[in-house]
Design a protein around this ligand. Structure first.
Ligand code: PMV
Length: 328
């Protein structure tokens, strides 16, 4: 049993099948090499104390017995609910202090809420000496996030737990690693998008236009399976073309934006095999599949079109304990 532990989990980018994955279709996600880090220390006073300066939360404290009750500020809710979920199955004696720091800004849409939940569950298991499989960490994290957000597929959580590049179905019905290095360029629009608002908006529209939206989702699912084969063959030209087709479907769904369209068009014109938005859309990031020799030109084109190029490795390791442990 340890008195304190430091863990970290990666962010994610969805490469194919976002939105459709919420409704049962497969998607492809890759873990990105910017990580959420969390240090957890056991204390004696039956209180949870959280310091999360990235979301302006300092010295937040709540009795362990009260977790999840009363008014929980937005910046504390993912950690507080994760600790409560763990304690429900593995009651703890004392209290905890938790400090987080993130290599990526919450604005990017890399999935910081899910990464922080995965870190909290993993850190608690290590601190309390409870053996949890990756699957158990995924399941407990998924339940926690669904309790708060009500909507979502769990794709961010799978990337944070397992890392690598994954073929994934909602709630972890399928989690299949794809062992490849992906020649990717990432551009950020500068616009923060709110996933739950967008999901609710599309769900609302689906009540009027169900057939059309369902057919978009099943077309996205088919593209994702074709993309899986193309990725496994390393046929990046085909992967790029499939991205372009996926982008068209996302645009038809109504989740692209002028800025995303501009960055995507710039990347294609500068020699990318293909490009699309990544994640919920209407902002956040776009991704492009790019031949090595065109990389500098594509990065430059994204900047000229008003985007920020984000230089991140992909397919990185999932949640892990960090050594040496930092002091908090
Ligand atoms: O968290 P975001 O904004 O990158 O979106 C993830 C992908 C969605 O399919 C839009 C939502 C989900 O939970 O799968």
């Amino acid at each position: 049993m340890r008195d304190s532990v430091t863990v970290s989990a990666p962010g994610k980018l969805v490469l194919f099948g976002e939105h459709a994955v919420v409704y049962g279709q497969p998607c492809i996600v890759t873990a990105v090499g910017q990580r959420m880090q969390m240090t957890m220390r056991k204390t004696d006073d039956k209180t949870l104390v959280i310091d999360a300066p990235d979301v302006n939360l300092r010295g937040y404290s709540k009795p362990i017995a009260e977790l999840g009750k009363g008014n929980v500020p937005k910046s504390a809710q993912f950690i507080e609910h994760a600790v409560r979920a763990f304690c429900e199955t593995h009651p703890i004696q004392g209290g905890l202090t938790i400090a987080t720091s993130s290599e990526f800004s919450a604005k990017l849409g890399f999935g910081s809420s899910s990464a922080v939940v995965v870190c909290a569950i993993k850190a608690m298991a290590l601190c309390m000496d409870v053996k949890l499989t990756d699957r158990a960490v995924f399941d407990l994290s998924f339940t926690t996030v669904m309790d708060i957000q009500k909507k979502g597929s769990g794709v961010d959580i799978a990337a944070a737990v397992y890392g690598g590049t994954l073929l994934f179905k909602r709630a972890g019905e399928l989690i299949e690693p794809l062992a490849v290095e992906i020649p990717i360029v990432v551009g950020y629009t500068g616009v923060k998008s709110d996933t739950v608002t967008i999901l609710n908006d599309i769900a609302q529209r689906a009540t009027r236009d169900r057939k059309r939206i369902e057919s978009l989702y099943s077309a996205m699912g088919e593209l994702t399976m074709q993309a899986k084969s193309a990725i496994e063959r390393g046929d990046w030209k085909a992967v790029g073309e499939l991205m372009n087709r996926n982008q068209q479907l996302l645009s038809d769904l109504g989740v692209s934006s002028e800025k995303l369209d501009a960055l995507i068009a710039a990347a294609r014109a500068a020699g990318a095999f293909g490009a699309k938005l990544s994640g919920a859309g209407r902002g956040d990031c776009m991704v492009a599949i790019v031949p090595d020799e065109k990389r500098p030109a594509v990065i430059d084109a994204i900047r000229r079109a008003g985007g920020e190029s984000i230089d991140v490795p992909v397919g990185v390791e999932g949640v892990r304990a960090e050594a040496p442990e930092r002091d908090i």
